[in-house]
Design a protein around this ligand. Structure first.
Ligand SMILES: *Cc1c(COP(=O)(O)O)cnc(C)c1O
Length: 350
């Protein structure tokens, strides 16, 4: 081994590459939206003046922020935009979590929280969820360097209500509490109504799931003006040009088309409820989901075997080979037709 290799960061990729070259697969593992983006998005991309690509994008994202501000009923100065929620979240960790006390998050949650903490040498504690897969709220009353949790939970789909979220914030007013709402948008509570009340909460959101724009990489953070200014200045210190111009106009068009957003997310919620019913009929136990996926286990079947069997049929679902959840699979809600194909394959196995 060369000397320099002792000092490099060694990491592993989050994304499994096993299906990247395959066509005709049913991909239900990454919580993508089965429906295309709004026709308004397609229109602005078609009409986009390509000659303007020689210019840097508008660094303030003024139009997108003002449309978002109107949509959420907040001020444009309370909005940060970035390349996907993954980037926004990484920036938030870098900007807000600099204490020698540990950052707290649930053990069963987004796997990259740990990765970002390690990158920035942030001490952390992954606190076990209770047996019902819910947060044990008293764990979050101790001294800490910040809090982050997904709502709905990115693995189980379980979403908490206002009272619960507010209780965590009330006990942690001198640190930043990041509420990861990347899996929100399919019914369920969003803490946006708490932004006026607390200046230490940061809500991270994405256009990848409920708005069908995973390919354009658009994420947002919503917070008080002061917290957003900090995020902006950290970002601008090393990369002032961020969201590209095509993503910006597309995101703007998507937010303006509220009707399409409602229609497609409502459809997914209906398919979700119907799928839950069908899986229950064949003996599965399912966490109550507020997102576009379900997390389930079967008392008499091996989740790992089911995952492998489905893979053999070119159906990809998510299996986490982790303690406590190694007999569960997570299934993204597709179209009704896709779910029928899946359920047929699952029935064959069960
Ligand atoms: C999809 C997803 C992401 C990635 O979101 P991007 O905005 O596409 O970067 C992050 N966290 C969770 C929990 C997700 O499900």
């Amino acid at each position: 081994m060369k000397l320099w290799e002792d000092k490099v960061k060694k990491t592993k990729s989050y994304i499994s590459k096993e299906y990247l070259n395959e066509k005709n697969i049913l991909k239900l593992d990454e919580n993508e939206n089965p429906y295309p983006p709004s026709p308004e998005v397609k229109k602005v991309i078609e009409q986009f003046d390509k000659d303007t690509l020689k210019r840097y994008p508008n660094t303030d994202a003024i139009e997108l922020k003002s449309v978002l501000a109107r949509h959420y009923g907040i001020d444009a100065s309370q909005i940060f935009v970035g390349n996907g929620s993954d980037e926004v979240m990484l920036l938030a960790f870098m900007s807000y979590f600099n204490s020698d006390k540990p950052v707290l998050f649930p053990d069963i949650s987004y796997s990259l929280y740990k990765v970002w903490c390690s990158f920035f040498n942030i001490p952390y504690e992954a606190l076990p969820l209770k047996n019902d897969m819910r947060i044990n709220i008293k764990d979050y009353y101790k001294k800490n360097g910040g809090i982050v949790f997904p709502n709905p939970n990115t693995i189980t789909g379980i979403g908490e209500e206002r009272e619960f979220i507010e209780e965590i914030i009330e006990h942690n007013k001198d640190v930043i509490v990041i509420i990861d709402e990347t899996c929100a948008g399919f019914g369920g509570y969003s803490a946006i109504d708490l932004l006026g009340k607390y200046d230490n909460i940061v809500i991270v959101n994405t256009f990848s799931k409920s708005r069908s724009l995973a390919g354009l990489r658009i994420g947002t953070a919503l917070a008080g003006k002061h917290a957003i200014d900090i995020l902006e200045s950290v970002k601008n210190s090393y990369n002032p040009y961020n969201l590209n111009s095509i993503s910006m106009v597309s995101a703007t068009a998507s937010v303006k088309d509220e009707k399409y957003f409602r229609e497609t997310t409502d459809k997914i919620v209906r398919t979700r409820e119907n799928s839950i019913k069908l899986f229950r009929e064949i003996g599965f136990e399912i966490c109550p989901s507020k997102s576009n996926f379900i997390f389930l286990t079967h008392p008499k079947a091996s989740a790992k075997d089911l995952y492998e069997k489905l893979k053999d049929e070119n159906i990809f679902v998510k299996y986490f080979n982790l303690p406590r959840i190694d007999n569960y699979i997570r299934i993204t809600i597709g179209t009704d037709e896709e779910m029928n194909i899946l359920i047929k394959a699952v029935k064959k196995f069960i």
